[in-house]
Structures are given as C-alpha cells and as structure tokens.
Design a protein around this ligand. Structure first.
Ligand code: SAM
Ligand code: SF4
Length: 266
C-alpha cells in the first residue's frame, strides 16, 4: 500500500510486549513505569488477525520486538502462527538475547527466519551498567545458539552515542568480524527532543524511503516512531486503524513526547 508520499509500506514491526528483563538506561527508567494493563495486551489471535490484514494490504516483512519479545509467554507459538500466514516472506525478531540460548532452535523450527541481537559493548561490567544488571555471557550464548540454529544472518544492533568509531563499538565490530556477524550502529536517540538519524548499516531513520509502520502491544498502529500519532484497533476497528496509520504517515519524523522505546519497539 502506498502512503500519501508514495512510499510503499511493506514492513510491520510488532511490539509483542512492553515488558523487559533488562532496563537499558537509554530505553527504560529503572522503576515507576506505567506498563500496559494485562487485559489491554493483544492476544495472539488478535495479532494474527492484524498480520493477515496487513499482509492483504501489502505488508510482506514482519519483525517482532518489544520490550523483550522472548519474555512474552508462548512466543514460539506466536511465531508459528505468523509464519503460517501466506504472504509473510520475511519474519525476523529483535531481542536482547538473554533468553535466546534455550529458545533459538524452537524459534527457528516455528518459522522465525533471522534475529537481530542487541550488544553495545564487549565489557561485562559496562554491559551490566548499561542494562542495569544484565549478564553479557547470556547474550554471547544466545548469539552462538542463534547461529547454530540457522537464524541467519544474525545481526548485531549496537547503540552508539555518536558513531561506530567509539571504542566500545569498535570492540563489538571486531567480535562481529571474528564471528561472522553483521553489525548495525544505531545512534542513541531521544524521542522527546526528536534527535534521530540514520542507522549505519541498516534501513532505519531514512524518512524518504521509510517503508514501515508499527503495532504496539495494546493494539495501536503507529505510522512513525518520531510522531505522537497512533490509531487504536480496539476503538477504531482493525481496518480503520491500519488505514489511518498509512494515510497519516508523516513525511518525516519530528518528536514524540508520549512514547518510549520499550512500548513502540525501537
Ligand atoms: N529488547 C529487544 C532488544 O533490546 O533488542 C527489542 C526491543 S529494543 C526497544 C529494540 C532496539 O531499540 C534495540 O536494539 C535497542 O538497542 C534499541 N534502542 C532502545 N532505546 C534506544 C534509544 N534511546 N536510542 C536508540 N536505540 C534504542
Ligand atoms: Fe529491554 Fe531492549 Fe529496552 Fe534494553 S533496549 S530495556 S533490552 S526493550
């Protein structure tokens, strides 16, 4: 489906939960966060319906994100439900990797094609600091398991302050090179002040060619990460919410004072 600026929208990013087992400093506050009420979280059947509708409208690529998608109970079943929908050509996930070691093979068998795993540093202490308590060794184990399971290409998302030339990013790049992983540098963004930029080595942040819309865990289609607009499927109905998100996709991003990365999915 074409939006008003003739961009072909074929990519849907679904945040399957706003919950997370980490608390990355640039993503979530440590505590005191308003989480989506359990009864407002989309069921798997509702997500399946919304994927079907999106595919009918031209979406071919789906990415599951969050929060942390692997903390959503039954996520392997959801992967299978989406993988079985005809017209879903590309099914990927973005994960922090903490729970991936035990789940990689099941995810692959269920139809997940590939994963992006977040890793900003090679230093265990710094990782613990950035994520407020995460164990980097679990991420390394998750990366190996993903490769062994064939969730390829395994890509590493590395958040940088300014550029991929920063020491931590360089160390992550060396690890990627040695382990046959590809790396994307995501500039640390701030939704509220509208600081965003292109993802180095990836597709994100290029408004002219942006092909994506987002679905939050409470069933809101969002046309742009850097825009407040959202169209709730429960209040508007599925078709209307989807159509409004496409019709109202802004030419370029500005600011989003009411959104957080763990809600919208990055
Ligand atoms: N929990 C999963 C993970 O961390 O990969 C998926 C959700 S997370 C919100 C998706 C991506 O957004 C991650 O690669 C994360 O590093 C990135 N991210 C989170 N907050 C960000 C920020 N303020 N600026 C840039 N990227 C951010
Ligand atoms: Fe959780 Fe991912 Fe946000 Fe880190 S970036 S707090 S892992 S959702």
């Amino acid at each position: 489906m074409l939006d008003p600026f003739k961009r072909h929208i074929n990519y849907l990013r679904i945040s399957v939960t706003d919950r997370c087992n980490l608390r990355c400093r640039y993503c979530m506050p440590e505590e005191g966060i308003d989480m989506i009420a359990h009864e407002d979280i989309l069921s798997f059947e509702e997500i399946e319906d919304l994927v079907r509708l999106s595919v009918e409208q031209g979406v071919t690529k789906i990415r599951l994100t969050g929060g942390e998608p692997l903390v959503r109970k039954g996520i392997v079943n959801l992967v299978q439900m989406i993988a079985n929908i005809e017209g879903v050509d590309d099914l990927a996930m973005t994960t922090n990797g903490i729970l991936l070691e035990a789940m990689a093979t099941d995810l692959k068998d269920a139809g997940l094609q590939r994963v992006n795993i977040s890793l900003d540093t090679m230093d265990a202490k710094k990782f613990k600091h950035i994520t407020r308590g995460g164990d980097i060794n679990k991420v390394f184990a998750g990366i190996s398991a993903a490769q062994a399971a064939g969730l390829n290409p395994v890509k590493i998302n590395c958040v940088v302050r300014n550029s991929g030339d920063e020491p931590d990013a360089k160390e992550v790049a060396a690890f990627c090179k040695a382990n046959n992983l590809s790396i994307r540098y995501i500039h640390q963004m701030n939704l509220e002040d509208g600081s965003f930029s292109k993802v180095e080595g990836g597709e994100g942040g290029k408004c002219d060619t942006c092909n994506r819309i987002r679905l939050t865990a409470d069933g809101t289609f969002k046309p742009c990460l850097f825009n407040e607009a959202g169209y709730n499927t429960k209040t508007l109905g599925n078709n209307e919410a989807f159509n409004q998100a496409i019709t109202n996709k802004p030419k370029s991003g500005t600011k989003n004072k009411s959104g957080r990365f763990n809600q919208i999915g990055g």
